[in-house]
Design a protein around this ligand. Structure first.
Ligand code: CTP
Ligand code: MG
Length: 236
């Protein structure tokens, strides 16, 4: 079974607030992109690796040009568009793993768990961890004088999962899901923050395998501090 890994790195990193794309930001001295590519190659040495980059960021393109066998393509205005661009460069692989560059410390065990479930016949597989916070939905507050949102509902925490990447799919199924989503209005597409969501839309069963705390998505300065502390604790 042939595998392609698509690493999406075309986001701007608004919440991190550096004036460069997030994937170019160093984590303990090495860019998130470099760490993410290394992690994917170490976990899946025979996979085709496609990296999706911000079109205009020269440094990231130059960094990628130095890596043997890594194909770089330009991303789109939102994550789903970037994944679609990566899929067009994924070749004829049987299965594809879509991975966030921002989850650059993801250990090989997570790639392996996703791979294993695909090999066992799943068409869609995502890593997930239990949530630690109580999660509530919010609605507009009923009293304008209070000027605050109010609680909608409280789903039982035991049934909730926080999902990570790499997310694995039969390539043909994901291509089909993206082709259908291509016809959606922009605001609906923008709200698609992971690929599994598109498969759910098509009524596919999406299987959950164990994620890992180290697969955290580096989004804010606090996450960056945490990632650097994890590397320091591992002595790398
Ligand atoms: N991503 C992408 N193309 C986009 C938007 C996001 O390839 N148009 C990628 C990011 O590079 C990241 C992953 O999707 O690896 C998850 O997105 P997120 O963590 O939201 O990153 P950014 O969009 O860069 O950050 P922010 O939302 O704070 O701007
Ligand atoms: Mg984003």
């Amino acid at each position: 079974e042939t595998v392609a890994v698509i690493i999406v790195a075309a986001g701007s990193g608004t919440r991190l607030g550096r004036n460069v794309p997030k994937a170019a930001v160093p984590v303990a001295g090495r860019s998130m992109l470099a760490r993410a590519v290394e992690g994917a190659v170490a976990a899946l040495p025979s996979a085709r690796v496609v990296v999706v980059l911000p079109a205009e960021h020269q440094d990231l393109w130059e960094e990628c040009a130095g890596w043997d066998g890594v194909v770089a393509v330009a991303g789109g205005a939102h994550r789903a568009a970037s994944v679609a661009a990566g899929l067009r460069a994924a070749g004829e692989a049987d299965v594809v793993l879509v991975h966030d560059a921002a989850r650059c410390l993801t250990p090989p065990s997570v790639f392996e768990s996703v791979r294993r479930a695909l090999a066992a016949g799943a068409r869609a597989v995502i890593p997930a961890v239990a949530v630690v916070d109580t999660i509530k939905t919010a609605r507009p507050g009923p009293d304008p004088a209070i000027a605050a949102e109010a609680v909608g509902t409280t789903p039982a925490r035991s049934g909730l999962r926080a999902v990570q990447t790499p997310q694995g799919f039969r390539r043909a199924a994901l291509v089909d899901a993206h082709a259908r989503a291509g016809a959606w209005p922009a605001d609906r597409l923008e709200s698609i923050t992971d690929d599994a969501r598109l498969m759910e839309e098509l009524g596919e069963d999406v299987y959950l395998v164990p994620g890992d705390e180290r697969a955290l998505k580096i989004t804010t300065e606090l996450d960056l501090l945490l990632a650097e502390a994890l590397l320091a604790a591992e002595g790398s």
